[in-house]
Design a protein around this ligand. Sequence first.
Ligand code: ZN
Length: 293
Amino acid sequence: MEDGILRAISTDGTIRASIATTTNLVAEARRRHNLSYTATATLGRALTGGALLASMGAKDGQVTLKFQGNGPLGKVMVDASPKGTVRGFVENPQIELALNSLGNFDVGGAIGSTGYLHVTMDSGIGMPCSSTVELASGEVGEDINHFLVSSVQKGSLIIVGTHITSRGVEAAGGLLVQLLPDHTEETICQIENNITTFGTFTFLMRRGMGLEDMLKRILKGFDVHPIGEVKPLKFHCQCSPERFFEALKVLDQEEIISMAEEEGQAEGRCQFCNEPYLVGKERLLDLIQGSGS
Ligand code: ZN
């Protein structure tokens, strides 16, 4: 199944939802960054969370999530846009932890339960809106829920999951539900009960269920129907050789000269997608002449 996201609304307009499958883009992130299992599970949840939050925003907007906890994985960054693109990285991609007491990848241990989640929502118009919340558990979904409850909208629920085996990323995806204020704790409870009854998100995916069917299962009891078609989602980064070259302009002339003379080139990688870039000696020296004129 291709990655995609589907938005939905209840007939009475009191529930909005976005449901996403992200298996391929999580596998792409794993390949690009050479992620461990624990890092794949962590970044997979964060990429899915970013895509879901972005889907609720304005068309030209952007959502950035930064998890900064006290765990060994270090910083986890994700950028997502409502156009269906998402990119991200973890600071220490090789960190591998033992499974937790539930037999799951120890995402909470990897991020750490003490620290902060910074969320920036840019609508594309005016100043971006940033908020910071303390991490709830470092399990990603709970932390984003904590952000939603304390910063944006009380009645919101996000579920993100990644299922990885020795064969690779077998399923990844999630669901974001937004409820209007007249909904109560019981509504959230009912959705959680549905998940307990029907199985986790990735379990349903692995049974070959499509987005619309999963939505109906998880939101059983609510009269929810899709808005529009499934929109494709993909791992995509805006970096390019030109942008890498432009970024070199912040370096001192001496640094550029020494790179040109000693290395014969400048070499670097995009932090978000790990794409390697190379600038040859001649272009480096052009940079100095360019800045002198
Ligand atoms: Zn990049």
